[in-house]
Write a protein of this length. Sequence first.
Length: 330
Amino acid sequence: MSVFGGTAPHKVAVFVRDGALPIETGIVHRLFGQARDAGGRALYEVATCALAPGPVRTDTDLGFTVPHGPDPLVEADTVLVPAAQEDYVERPHDPLAPELAEALGRVRPGTRVASICSAAFVLAALGWLDGCRVTTHWRSTGFFRAMYPHIELDPDVLYTDNGRVLTAAGVASGIDLSLHMIRTDHGAAVANEVARGTVVPPHRDGGQAQYVRRPVPEPEGTRTGAARAWAVEHLGQRPTLAQMAAVASMSVRTFTRRFREETGVSPGRWLTARRLDRARELLEGTRLTVDDIARRTGFGTGASLRQHMHAELGVSPGRYRRTFGVHTAQ
């Protein structure tokens, strides 16, 4: 039995906008459309809607012909808003046109609403994310924080669930979020069957931190830059704060203060991040054992590397290698 009660299919409205990402719209239809009860009855009724019926431009050469205007929003039990190309344009003000606000204003109070990827900006502009813990695509987190500093943003998770308000991090995170909602509504058995039919795991380990591109090389021309470059070259020797300060020809106290000013973090925190960067490179591109990688990156032991990877990325070294390793399929 659905947590929403009743026997009628749960109504899902997918609200698309010009510049829509076809994959995100398709995810919702594919997953919710597969959900069936034990008797084979469809558990969801999915309707795609827009500001007006008719053609909707996408971010590809593939267009949509949307059958509905905003009317399905009024009767929907769940409203999903996928991302659109315009969400990625940084603006000094809320990216919400009056007609868009008017259309989404038809959503009934208490309706479950969810965003995929950068559509979190739309929900935030409507005030629907106030008081919630949310996420969005990692490339948009800086802009999101600048626009909505009062909203708690978690950039490391695949999705968040605040009860009636949910957000997903990126394109494929729409799969994770959809399966989570199906699981919440109808239990693990139904969600697992949908996952099997889509050939995806019912759960993904870790958060989006593991997908973030590693930082670019350290900037040059700073007082602590030479010490940072030296430390990166000697990670396996477990460089100390005193050694780094000596390379920079500073006292430990002055070096620590200057380091924080230039990087925004402590030397210890920075070293851990660089060790993880190097460990990820070795996990992706070599067949070295976890213990060997731990020694080469200054973690010392495999147990220490596992602990830090779980804390920072939410996955084990083995799981990370199976996901990203170039030798995995060989």
